[in-house]
Design a protein around this ligand. Structure first.
Ligand SMILES: [Zn+2]
Length: 145
């Protein structure tokens, strides 16, 4: 495992810039990248130092990013379901929606507790069914509709 550590200092001794292949002269600002290789129990680790002009360090970083384009963080994993599973999932979503509707209708009625619990138990059953085919939709976890 390699842990890079990046510092910027005045160059003490002239060093070759890894990016442009020209020397960083003593007294000039210089970026030092220090890789600390832990090694393994059987192989001793070793340290590697690389030197860059500050602007070369930025250039190589931008170059790296250009070669590794930005990929937006995916919040939702795409569902990979068979046609049959998609149908099942859709039918479970519909069942849930109709139970939600019944819960809304019940909400204003007196002594509705038992009926509400019964509907929530049905929802729990739907959760168990839908979990293996794409997962439980997040909003299902809110039973207080
Ligand atoms: Zn350079």
């Amino acid at each position: 495992m390699t842990i890079p550590n990046v510092t910027m200092n005045h160059c003490q001794r002239k060093a070759l810039c890894l990016w442009c292949n020209h020397h960083v002269e003593a007294g000039e600002p210089m970026v030092t990248v220090f890789f600390w290789n832990r090694g393994t129990p059987s192989h001793k680790g070793f340290n590697v130092k690389r030197y860059y002009h500050p602007q070369c360090w930025v250039e190589q970083g931008l170059d790296y990013l250009k070669r590794n384009p930005y990929v937006p963080y995916q919040r939702k994993k795409k569902l990979e379901l068979t046609r049959e599973q998609s149908k099942q999932r859709y039918s479970l979503l519909k069942s849930k929606a109709s139970i939600d509707q019944r819960k809304r209708n019940l909400a204003n009625e007196p002594n509705n507790e038992v009926a509400m619990v019964a509907l929530n138990i049905k929802i729990a059953g739907l959760m168990i069914e839908i979990a293996p085919i794409g997962g439980i939709p997040k909003k299902w976890l809110d039973l207080h509709i």
